[in-house]
Design a protein around this ligand. Structure first.
Ligand code: GTQ
Length: 345
């Protein structure tokens, strides 16, 4: 009571006494809790395909897809050790499926995307429909939909998984069920969803569901052709030609929690500095580029994956015509009116 107002020892003793009642003084942490600019423990990081490919391949001789359930190497952010996450909200991993294998059917409240990195001929089945994978295809597994993966082909297939695991964990909303059958029954022919919902038309009685796209595969041949057609047209000074994947029924993000993008940087493109509040995972589909951050640079090529955390200023330079795929939590931030971006220094 009669401690001097600036007595540090008295404060420490007080903190100790209140701690046993689960009380903490805000004034000791206020500046860190409410910083003037975004602060994240996540750091910029790069996983080069030539470095990780041998380890991904080796995992195939250590464990089967059946035993692992999902044979994935998590691209864990070095600034977030032990948290199995790549940005503060988004998880990324490289999943391997060998010829003849099945990754058994399950469903969970986490939403997932797949971006095919290496090999072709595997499939993902989503709610009774299979889609055969080719490099660059972007495939969605919406929350709580049954999904299993298989590889009836003759080559290993690797894809990048993107999930909103840290978001669902933060919300305490994790649920998961196993299907009981390794492969869910096929109830619709391949291409059904694309025909029904992705041909510029919708069934006359269609009603959007859960903020999730009814089209679950965006083939690379279609998206690449679109970018190539626009390549000589107007360009954004930071992004080159950058498109976002959409739910064709709403124009919104394909998944309520995850935004995904594909961009074309013409050879010689030198982007203006850019930063945004959604920490973003990028993978290079084609080309060669340099990513310049304030305190480091990455030279990246096909199948490399890198992460740019929230509010990290960066510039993109293209040595060759370059295609980048990326994903982030942007739809969450936009829904909450939190998303910000800044162009230039
Ligand atoms: O394919 O269902 O990388 O459930 C992590 C969790 C993939 C999947 C991951 C998963 C999956």
């Amino acid at each position: 009571m009669n401690a001097r107002l600036d007595d540090a020892a008295a404060r420490r003793a007080y903190y100790d006494r209140i701690a046993v009642h689960s009380l903490k003084p805000l004034w000791e942490v206020l500046a860190a809790l409410v910083p003037p600019l975004p602060v994240t423990e996540a750091v910029p990081a790069l996983w080069r395909w030539r470095d990780v490919k041998p380890f991904v391949a080796e995992s195939g001789s250590l464990i089967t897809a059946r035993e692992a359930e999902r044979r994935v190497l998590i691209l864990e952010n070095p600034g977030l050790p032990g948290q199995s996450t790549t940005t503060s909200t988004m998880y990324a991993g490289l999943q391997l499926i060998l010829p003849g294998e099945v990754a058994p059917a399950h469903r969970h409240t986490q939403s997932a995307l797949r971006f095919v990195v290496d090999g072709e001929g595997a499939y993902t089945a989503v709610d009774g429909e299979r889609v055969t994978m080719s490099p660059g295809d972007f495939i969605i597994t919406p929350m709580w939909t049954w999904h299993d993966h298989g590889n009836p082909g003759d080559r290993p297939v690797v894809w990048l998984d993107g999930l909103d695991i840290a978001v669902v964990r933060m919300l305490g909303a994790q649920f998961r069920e196993n299907h009981g059958h390794e492969s869910q029954p096929v109830s619709r022919p391949e291409g059904d969803a694309a025909a029904r919902y992705g041909s510029g038309m919708l069934p006359v009685d269609y009603a959007p569901r859960n903020g999730v796209t009814p089209v679950f595969c965006y083939p690379y041949r279609t998206s690449r052709a679109a970018l190539a057609t626009m390549a000589d047209g107007p360009r954004h000074r930071c992004h080159g030609i950058k498109m976002r994947y959409v739910n064709p029924a709403t124009g919104g993000a394909p998944i309520a929690t995850i935004g995904a993008f594909l961009q074309w940087l013409p050879k010689g493109f030198a982007g203006a500095p850019y930063r945004c509040t959604d920490g973003t995972v990028f993978t290079v589909v084609e080309g060669a580029a340099r990513v310049e951050l304030d305190d480091r640079s990455f030279d990246v090529g096909p199948k490399d994956t890198f992460v740019i955390p929230s509010w990290h200023r960066h510039r993109l330079h293209a040595r060759e015509d370059t295609v980048l795929f990326s994903f982030s939590d942007r739809p969450i931030q936009q829904a909450l009116h939190l998303w910000r971006e800044h162009e230039g220094e």
